[in-house]
Design a protein around this ligand. Structure first.
Ligand code: ADP
Ligand code: MG
Length: 262
């Protein structure tokens, strides 16, 4: 059996503040195989960011086990790339200097890594703006720069926390396609958090639907090959797409919210 790239077993997290203790996620268990693309969808507050932060090694779960390639993840590592909704590019650094940051802090700057970064900039259509500053770029370009920075250290596992949600629809679809091509090409493992059901279906091999209070996995949905093999834009046109959308939509209907008139 192939060792999973990521494995969570009975992961529970309680946030303790001065006033209260709140159960953010409860008994989460799933595995992700090497090269697989898995999405987490669920209402806000169901613990998606909490899960990604623990997988990134930023803090430990209160209970349970998280392993990356068979090793417990106790601290952040350059083997993991974490990409967020906000790009966090430094405004005083050029795009090239921004995308080199991860390599710099990890002492990984050399000819090989520099060549790799230049190639990535090229592939993502940023070569001609590498000497520009972030405020000279559009939102989509900035997210592409953030992706180059994330990929520069050659992480095996990518954690994507709603990386497209601040972008307009068209840019978002283009970026979905571009990112998926690049990740599949390099056989990267990815875990995407999104509010957008279509995005989850269009990009993933598998979708984990979460519920809240406490955060738990409600269902796992395997995306059929015909949709998986089509690109994110093309797949939205396929006949099987809408029924899947509907299925996940229904799964997300929160019984607490029904009757609230929302
Ligand atoms: P999501 O990303 O799915 O919106 P989060 O992981 O951000 O959910 O939050 C899950 C739950 O944990 C929410 O109820 C939230 O209020 C709570 N929470 C998140 N971060 C903290 C924190 N630092 N301290 C206390 N409670 C938190
Ligand atoms: Mg979140």
């Amino acid at each position: 059996m192939i060792e999973p790239a990521l494995r969570l077993d009975q992961v529970t997290h309680v946030y303790v503040t001065e006033r209260a203790a709140s159960l953010a996620v409860s008994n989460i268990g799933f595995s992700v195989s090497p090269g697989e693309f898995v999405s987490l969808v669920g209402p806000s507050g169901c613990g998606k960011t909490t899960l990604l932060s623990m997988i990134a090694g930023l803090f430990q779960p209160t209970r349970g086990l998280i392993e990356r390639s068979g090793q417990p993840c106790e601290r952040p590592s350059p083997r993991i790339g974490y990409m967020l909704q906000q790009d966090y590019l430094f405004p005083w650094r050029t795009i090239l200097d921004n995308v080199m940051i991860g390599l710099e802090v990890n002492g990984m700057v050399d000819d090989v890594s520099r060549t790799r970064v230049i190639r990535l900039l090229d592939e993502l259509g940023l070569r001609n703006v590498q000497d520009h500053y972030p405020n000279q770029l559009s939102g989509g370009m900035r997210q592409r720069a953030a992706l180059v920075r994330t990929l520069a250290t050659e992480p095996e596992l990518l954690l994507l926390d709603e990386p497209f949600s601040a972008l307009d629809y068209q840019t978002r679809l283009q970026l979905e396609e571009l990112i998926l091509d690049i990740l599949k090409d390099r056989n990267k493992t990815a875990l995407l958090v999104t509010h957008d059901i279509s995005e989850a279906i269009a990009m993933s091999d598998r979708v984990l639907v979460m519920e809240r209070n406490p955060g738990r996995i409600r269902r796992e949905i395997r995306i059929p090959d015909i949709i998986r093999c089509a690109g994110p834009i093309e797949s939205r046109e396929l006949p099987g797409f809408h029924p899947l959308f509907h299925e996940i939509w229904q799964e997300l209907e929160d019984p607490e919210r029904k009757g609230e008139g929302r």
